[in-house]
Design a protein around this ligand. Structure first.
Ligand code: MD6
Ligand code: FE
Length: 210
C-alpha cells in the first residue's frame, strides 16, 4: 500500500507561506469504500453551535477522537454522541494519505488521530473560521477535497480581509501549519462543478493530531 499515493503529484504549490496545495494527490474512487464504511457506522449529521444555530454542513468523524460542536462548546470526544459508540477507526489508507502529504511539505512524522469528515451539497458553505480547538498548534492539518469542486477562501489573520480564493477539485490536498496554522479560512460551493460519481456533493477530510 506504500505506493498508493506516491506515484501522484509530489510537487506542492505554496499558496501563501506555510499553506501548500497538492493538486490531484488522490481521488474519491480510491477512498470511496472506506468513506462508505465509516459513514455507515457514523452517519453525517448536522451539529449545533454554542449559540444554538444549526451548522450549514453535515459532519462525521473517524479516528480515536472526533470534533463536535454542541451547545456547551467545541470539543474532541472519543464517542459519537449520536450512537454513544466510539468513532469508527481511521482507515489505514486515510492515515497513509495524510502522512505522505504532510511529509512532502516538510511535516515529518505527522501521525493524525482525528479525522473530521465534512459533507456539502451545492450552495452549502462554511463561514470564515480558525481551527484552534487542538492542543498542539505545532502540528499541521491535512485536508482532502473529494467530489464536486469548491471555492476555498483564505482570509489570513483576520476574517475582515478580502480573501484569496482558490478552486479545489476532487483529490486536491491542502497541508498547512507553522505560521499559517491559525489563519481564517472558509468554503463556498454555490458555483460547484459536479463530480462524475458524487454529483453535487463534496466530502472533505481534515486530519489532525489532537
Ligand atoms: C473544507 N476545511 O475544506 C473545510 N481547516 O471543507 C477546513 O476548514 C480546513 O481545509 C483547516 C485546515 C484545512 C482546511
Ligand atoms: Fe477549518
Amino acid at each position: 500500500m506504500s505506493d498508493l499515493f506516491s506515484d501522484l503529484n509530489n510537487d506542492p504549490l505554496e499558496l501563501i507561506q506555510d499553506v501548500y496545495l497538492l493538486r490531484g494527490f488522490t481521488d474519491y474512487h480510491k477512498l470511496s469504500t472506506d468513506i462508505e464504511s465509516v459513514i455507515k457506522q457514523a452517519p453525517f449529521r448536522f451539529m449545533y453551535t454554542p449559540g444554538g444555530k444549526r451548522l450549514n454542513i453535515s459532519m462525521s468523524n473517524c479516528g480515536d477522537l472526533g470534533w463536535i460542536s454542541e451547545t456547551s462548546g467545541y470539543h474532541y470526544v472519543k464517542h459519537d454522541p449520536t450512537s454513544h459508540r466510539p468513532w469508527p477507526g481511521m482507515p489505514a489508507k486515510f492515515r497513509l494519505l495524510a502522512k505522505q502529504a504532510a511529509a512532502i511539505t516538510g511535516f515529518n512524522n505527522f501521525s493524525p488521530n482525528a479525522c473530521l469528515i465534512n459533507h456539502y451539497q451545492q450552495g452549502q458553505q462554511l463561514a470564515a473560521h480558525q481551527d484552534k480547538n487542538e492542543p498542539d498548534l505545532t502540528q499541521p492539518i491535512v485536508s482532502v477535497s473529494l467530489g464536486m469542486s469548491a471555492r476555498f477562501q483564505i482570509y489570513g489573520d483576520t476574517r475582515h480581509n478580502k480573501p484569496q480564493e482558490i478552486e479545489l477539485y476532487d483529490g486536491d490536498v491542502l497541508i498547512w501549519g507553522r505560521s499559517a496554522r491559525l489563519i481564517y479560512h472558509g468554503v463556498k460551493t454555490n458555483c460547484a462543478i459536479p463530480h462524475p460519481e458524487l454529483g453535487l456533493h463534496r466530502i472533505n477530510l481534515t486530519f489532525r493530531k489532537v
